[in-house]
Design a protein around this ligand. Structure first.
Ligand SMILES: *Cc1c(COP(=O)(O)O)cnc(C)c1O
Length: 380
């Protein structure tokens, strides 16, 4: 049975000895644009590709503003700063996520609070969030405080897991009642839409990642998207060392960051954006092929949730228990097919052990059983 699965995956990626989880593909103007950077000497963060890349993201996602950053983690960090997350605040997120989400919160010396996910989306559960807020949070002068810890709740960061949109409209509605700004960690979901609207555009701010393993890549890169001009201006300022624009004077009016994406990375991003629609089509075809195969095998394949169109960044299957999962991981990884369990839950990591959590039944269930399987764009 495990052999059937790995043989089938190998058929999808012929002529490869080892099949990784997600490889980048450069089949367009990448080399041409990189050469332009070198020929023009604009290799650092001033240059036409940065602006062009931001415009492509605006056009594709429908956000009003986009600001490129050196990676997705810094995009998250700057987004948290922009909405005012500060020392000793609390930020609600999900326990089932990549560590960058929780790390960015910790960079501000704020405390993550981990709520549960839904079984179908693998993203933040609106009911778990609602339960937490109604049990623990009260508004004082319209500012939300955790009654147990007396700390301010400064933001909520839901994540669209493996590209599948979470129920983001419900999450935003709940958070609005408590005046909690939502920052969407859409690092994995470029090309994923919820109710025909791009993920990352429901909250006050959304962030994207262009790391080497994501749907498109700049080598390393990130983006902050928002409809709010003030936030966008603040992010531009903070990511460029908070320098007051002037032809020759160097004056900075607060502690800023060197988080701007370089023109070289943006050049790659521009070429990759030109391939994005084809990439998504290709990935959705692979997901349909996997779906049919695993249905025959009686293994649960995670489909896009209701009301959404997913980029199927990483295809995911669910084993009946942790033992079966581990046997599969052992077999596939020793037979040239990379497969990987999902992340350890954030609240089990040493640095986040003491953080407040809700009941995490779904997170625990999923983290013991889910496996990501190879999901690269297939070259025909
Ligand atoms: C990839 C990722 C990030 C961080 O992106 P980098 O570009 O690698 O810094 C953040 N959150 C999630 C959920 C991710 O998958």
């Amino acid at each position: 049975m495990f052999k059937d699965i790995t043989d089938f995956i190998k058929q999808q990626f012929p002529n490869q000895d080892f099949i990784p989880l997600h490889e980048p593909r450069f089949i367009g103007n990448e080399k041409k644009y990189l050469n332009d950077c070198i020929d023009s000497t604009y290799v650092s963060y001033v240059g036409e590709y940065v602006t062009k890349f931001e415009q492509q993201i605006i056009d594709y996602t429908g956000a009003k503003y986009a600001k490129a950053t050196v990676n997705g983690t810094t995009a998250l960090h700057i987004a948290l700063i922009a909405v005012g997350v500060d020392v000793d605040d609390e930020v609600i997120t999900q326990s089932l996520t990549f560590v960058a989400t929780a790390n960015a919160i910790a960079y501000q010396k704020a405390h993550p609070v981990f709520v549960d996910v839904d079984r179908d989306t693998m993203g933040m559960s609106p009911s778990s969030l609602r339960d937490f807020l109604s049990a623990h949070v009260e508004l004082k002068n319209n500012i939300p405080y955790n009654k147990t810890t007396n700390r301010k709740i400064a933001a909520c960061v839901p994540m669209h897991t493996f590209g599948h949109p979470c129920k983001i409209d419900e999450i935003v509605t709940i958070c609005n009642k408590y005046n909690i700004p939502v920052i969407e960690d859409a690092a994995e979901s470029l090309g994923s839409f919820y109710k025909d609207q791009h993920t990352g555009t429901y909250g006050k701010i959304g962030i994207l990642s262009f790391n080497g393993n994501k749907t498109i890549t700049c080598g390393g890169g990130g983006m902050v998207i928002t409809d709010d001009k003030n936030l966008s201006d603040k992010i531009t300022h903070l990511t460029t060392t908070a320098k007051i624009p002037h032809k020759w004077e160097y004056e900075h009016d607060e502690i800023g960051y060197n988080y701007r994406l370089t023109n070289v990375s943006a050049a790659l991003g521009c070429a990759q954006m030109e391939s994005l629609s084809d990439f998504i089509k290709n990935k959705r075809e692979l997901a349909a092929i996997y779906h049919d195969f695993f249905q025959q095998k009686n293994i649960e394949f995670i489909n896009e949730p209701l009301n959404s169109q997913s980029n199927y960044w990483l295809n995911t299957i669910l084993f009946k228990d942790g033992t079966e999962r581990d046997e599969f991981l052992d077999f596939s990884n020793s037979n040239g097919v990379m497969a990987r369990p999902i992340w350890k839950l954030m609240n089990t990591l040493n640095m986040f052990k003491a953080c407040q959590t809700t009941d995490l039944t779904n997170s625990i269930y999923l983290s013991e059983r889910l496996v990501n399987i190879p999901s690269s764009i297939r070259i025909k």
